[in-house]
Design a protein around this ligand. Structure first.
Ligand SMILES: NC(=O)c1ccc[n+]([C@@H]2O[C@H](COP(=O)([O-])OP(=O)(O)OC[C@H]3O[C@@H](n4cnc5c(N)ncnc54)[C@H](OP(=O)(O)O)[C@@H]3O)[C@@H](O)[C@H]2O)c1
Length: 326
């Protein structure tokens, strides 16, 4: 019988366990996907730990907001897809029942996109959430244009690394922020035009130095907390700041830059919009084809080691996404 990862209570990685249960047939308009790999995202760890932004029905909840595989069965009325097509799951808002941590999931046909040619299964599992978020936050929300200086916090994380590549692909100038000087060379190698390490640098002052005194046109923040005030000073007058993450649990200070436009971005809302998903999929396919977009993968685990994959992710910053091969 197909295997699936479930949890009956929230807590540490050990609440996750692999069970066997009968698969389900796709209903009208749905496809069943045989999952080949999925990525561990911060949201998965929050949900598992009982910090989900919305209630999760227990027991027997599933997990996982992104993954890749092949179409395994078509429900009545599905057109434009065939059994065997390689796909990426493009939206799983109901992850607690259809989560990607499984050998199979069944989703509406509109919730898959073609897997970009030239990407292996592990890379494809690490692509969608980070790159969708980076592209849509920068381009669709903040209106990033070629030549813009883009300040990216948590630049060594999945979204941050994706944002560096997205900015480069579109001719913008990515300025990477990390808390650790030790990551400078790694981030320059990842495509950052400059690195600002907050263990010994002031973000606003350094940003002005890298932008001829003007400040960043766009700030992408995946941290929040009191650092937001400093970021607003790093942005130019009339610039845009888009927040996507919440890694610093402390209250966020109100930004001191009065002409800054602040956006709060949630990719889930856009991932169910076919027009936006279509634009992002086209952008990612082109970037993968030219080699401009290359998801960084730190470690790969097997499905039986899903607990270990979460333990590893919980330990903190890694050198790319953590992926589980199914
Ligand atoms: N809004 C959305 O739709 C959306 C979509 C995807 C992800 N997210 C959120 O965006 C955030 C980043 O996601 P991710 O996948 O990039 O995470 P990740 O791969 O786990 O990366 C985290 C990075 O953030 C930095 N960091 C960690 N804790 C920090 C803290 N307390 N203060 C400052 N920096 C910290 C670390 O970099 P350094 O050690 O180099 O500083 C680390 O490499 C998460 O909060 C995630 O939930 C939101």
């Amino acid at each position: 019988m197909p295997r699936v990862v479930v949890f009956d209570e929230t807590g540490g990685p050990e609440v996750l366990h692999v069970v066997e249960e009968p698969g389900s047939e796709p209903a009208a308009g749905e496809v069943r996907v045989r999952i080949e790999a999925f990525a561990v995202n911060p949201l998965d760890r929050m949900v598992r730990a009982g910090q989900s932004p919305r209630p999760v029905r227990l027991p027997h909840a599933r997990l996982g907001i992104e993954g890749t595989g092949v179409v395994d069965a078509l429900g009545p009325g599905v057109t434009g897809l065939a059994v065997g097509d390689p796909v990426i799951l493009s939206a799983l808002p109901d992850f607690e029942t259809r989560g990607a941590y499984a050998e199979y999931t069944t989703v509406p046909a509109s919730r898959v996109v073609a897997r970009p040619a030239g990407l292996d299964v592990v890379g494809a599992a690490a692509l969608w959430v980070a790159y969708f978020t980076a592209y849509a936050a920068l381009v669709e929300k903040a209106g990033m244009r070629p030549g813009d200086h883009v300040l990216i916090t948590a630049a060594s994380g999945g979204v941050g690394r994706a944002a560096i590549q997205v900015a480069n692909q579109l001719g913008a100038v990515p300025l990477a922020v990390t808390r650790q000087t030790a990551k400078r060379d790694e981030l320059l190698a990842a495509g950052a035009a400059a690195v600002i390490a907050t263990d010994h640098e002031d973000v606003a002052e350094s940003t002005r130095r890298h932008t001829g005194g003007a400040g960043a046109d766009v700030v992408l923040d995946a941290v929040m907390g009191p650092g937001l005030a400093e970021l607003s000073l790093a942005a130019k007058l009339g610039g845009d700041l888009v927040t996507v993450g919440w890694q610093d649990p402390r209250p966020a200070s109100f930004p001191a830059n009065p002409s800054l436009t602040i956006h709060r971005y949630m990719a889930f809302a856009d991932m169910v919009e076919p027009a936006i998903t279509g634009r992002v999929a086209a952008f990612l396919s082109a970037g993968v084809r030219t080699g401009a977009l290359r998801p960084a993968v730190d470690r790969v685990f097997g499905l039986d080691d899903v607990v270990e994959a979460h333990r590893y992710s919980d330990r903190g910053p890694s050198a790319g996404k953590v992926v589980v091969r199914v």
